[in-house]
Design a binder for this molecule. Structure first.
Ligand SMILES: CC(C)(COP(=O)(O)OP(=O)(O)OC[C@H]1O[C@@H](n2cnc3c(N)ncnc32)[C@H](O)[C@@H]1OP(=O)(O)O)[C@@H](O)C(=O)NCCC(=O)NCCS
Length: 222
């Protein structure tokens, strides 16, 4: 798909709200098929996200719906989640979710540049996409403690496990993108660990050139 995608992937606006009911139906059908519970969203909730400029929609050139994702915020905007990722079943496994997530990630970074972006998932596809975007696996202690977020787990079939573990663990993998961590330069002490290796390379390079008389040995190949 890449740059040749036949889909329009854009920040949703008022003109896309008519897709809301179809998106909700697909979210429910997909959750049933997976056997997981899901925080049930109403068409009004989805439409509201579009009106607020907090959603990304994908459709083909004829306007046929293809995919969706939206932004939620927690702890007064300190944490952001890109939720409700869904791709039309017949269009899956062609890279569409990746493009939608890239777009919603970019939108999240623009709207909330200092926020930590996180997600909880059991799905390999989402784990792969999140890793590519720079998310790292974390323990639940790194996530928002906003009760409103955790209330969303109530409709999951595994909610009892989460309660039993006192919200410290469950079947989902937590992943987080922390802008502060990603922008931090590598610590000086870490850099020093590299120094002896560099010295070693230089030393070997020096003895080769002396012994062979050649100046053409590439030190990076040693
Ligand atoms: C999950 C979902 C959004 C993925 O959409 P998609 O368009 O098929 O995903 P992509 O084609 O962009 O694939 C992204 C990566 O995941 C992999 N992948 C996709 N579906 C997969 C699956 N079912 N199992 C394992 N890997 C999968 C792809 O091979 C690709 O990997 P790569 O980076 O190594 O190439 C889609 O299956 C869906 O809508 N499912 C129902 C709703 C859902 O589960 N949402 C996620 C809630 S956390």
């Amino acid at each position: 798909m890449n740059n040749q995608t036949p889909f329009v992937i854009t920040v949703a606006t008022a003109q896309h709200t008519f897709y809301a009911a179809q998106i909700c139906d697909e979210m429910e059908a997909s959750a049933k098929a997976r056997g997981t519970g899901i925080a049930k969203r109403s068409p009004e909730y989805i439409a509201q996200k579009m009106l607020e400029g907090k959603a990304v929609i994908a459709h083909d050139v004829n306007g046929v719906w293809a995919g969706f994702c939206y932004i939620e915020t927690w702890s007064h905007g300190k944490y952001v989640a890109n939720s409700g990722l869904i791709v039309s079943p017949e269009l899956r496994k062609s890279g569409l979710a990746k493009l939608i997530k890239m777009k919603i990630f970019e939108l999240s970074r623009t709207k909330y540049p200092d926020a930590k972006i996180f997600g909880l998932t059991t799905g390999l596809a989402v784990m792969k996409i999140n890793s590519d975007l720079g998310y790292r696996p974390v323990t639940y202690s790194e996530l928002t403690d906003d009760d409103a977020f955790w209330d969303g787990c109530k409709s999951c079939v595994n909610y009892e496990i989460l309660l039993m573990k006192n919200r410290s663990n469950c079947l989902c993998t937590a992943m987080l993108y922390d802008p502060a961590r990603e922008q931090k330069p590598i610590a000086r002490e870490q850099l020093q660990i590299l120094t002896p290796i560099e010295e070693h390379k230089t030393a070997v390079y020096g003895s080769y050139t002396a012994g062979s008389g050649s100046q053409n040995i590439n030190p990076t190949s040693i």
